[in-house]
Design a protein around this ligand. Structure first.
Ligand code: ATP
Length: 300
């Protein structure tokens, strides 16, 4: 068996409405989610013992205690799947996993969740486990509320704490720039700072076809976490202003921040904006990318 590659795309919350709170403290949300065609890259190789290595711009920001991987979600996903397989009498031999960490960490675009989902996909392939042998969505939810949506990896509406997933057909592909001031944001801190925890649910008009109509409809939605996150991290307003200044038609924060996205009319405009923004703030993260429109894998 040779090496297997998987891509872990950034998760973009085009809108995120916080609609309530469960008795156990988890927030209920309704979110319009899509994924980019670029992201972290993972590779899975047969080995004599388990191993984990990390490279890439943000390698220094992920948990990686030596070869063991510590608390990294990649290692947790591998180990959790292996123990489920052991219960079913299925073999899960040692594997070396390499993570190229291209996405900023703790930045609202679900990099850790995407890595965990890519690990589940990758080791299932490496170990040649038949698709129906494991309840992957349930396993994914044990790894984190955003892991099931990353496992689905297609445009969707997420409800509940993020685990109730409804695939969304017809969402077009958007050219966008992701922008992050490289200030990690703690998701619990943002929810703590949220004033209203029972906001209006997501509502989209039917029959949306043209990209412009989608952008207008998304523009009428919100990210309820943007105001509290902006109170905690002043650079979010600055970076949103920079994206708008480059001519983005829609600018919004993703997840609990601090990454913001700007939607541009096409990839050339997004690329030009990325270059201009990098010349203004070379120390920040700007990435031109394209979101997927259907069940299309990102580039591994
Ligand atoms: P979300 O949008 O789902 O809230 P996020 O983009 O804000 O996620 P992540 O980048 O997934 O945040 O990181 C959240 C936490 O997970 C970090 O504190 C980090 O230490 C931990 N973590 C564990 N494994 C990973 C990984 N492979 N990549 C990134 N973070 C990881």
């Amino acid at each position: 068996m040779s090496m297997i590659s998987e891509c872990a795309p950034a998760k973009i919350n085009l809108a995120l409405h916080v609609t309530g709170r469960r008795a156990d403290g988890y927030h209920l949300l309704e979110s319009l989610v899509t994924f980019t065609d670029t992201g972290d890259q993972l590779s899975f190789s047969p080995a004599s013992t388990d191993g984990f290595s990390v490279s890439g711009r943000f390698a220094g920001n992920v948990p990686r205690e030596g070869n063991a991987g510590g608390d990294n979600l990649v290692v947790k996903a591998r180990d959790m799947l292996r123990s489920v397989l052991a219960g079913a009498g299925l073999a899960a031999p040692p594997v070396h996993i390499h993570l190229e960490k291209n996405l900023p960490v703790a930045s609202g675009i679900g990099g850790g969740s995407a890595d965990a989902a890519a690990t589940l996909r990758g080791v299932m392939r490496l170990w040649e486990i038949p698709a129906g042998a494991v309840d992957l969505p349930t396993l994914a939810l044990r790894l984190g509320a955003d892991v099931p949506m990353c496992l689905a990896g297609t445009p969707l509406i997420a409800r509940g704490i993020g685990e109730a997933i409804e695939p969304l057909r017809g969402l077009p592909s958007f050219a966008m720039v992701l922008a992050n001031p490289l200030q990690p944001v703690s998701t619990p801190d943002v929810f703590q700072a949220l004033e209203s925890k029972a906001n209006a649910p997501l509502s989209l008009p039917g029959e949306l076809i043209e990209a412009a109509a989608w952008i207008a409809a998304i523009g009428n939605l919100r990210n309820d976490l943007e105001a509290p996150a902006s109170r905690l991290v002043a650079e979010i307003a600055v970076i949103s202003g920079l994206l708008a200044g480059q001519g983005a038609t829609l600018v919004r924060m993703s997840g609990s921040g601090a990454t913001c996205f700007g939607i541009f009319s096409d990839s050339a405009q997004a690329k030009a904006a990325e270059a201009a923004l990098l010349s203004i703030r070379p120390d920040w993260y700007f990435q031109a990318t394209t979101t997927i429109s259907g069940a299309q894998a990102c580039r591994a």
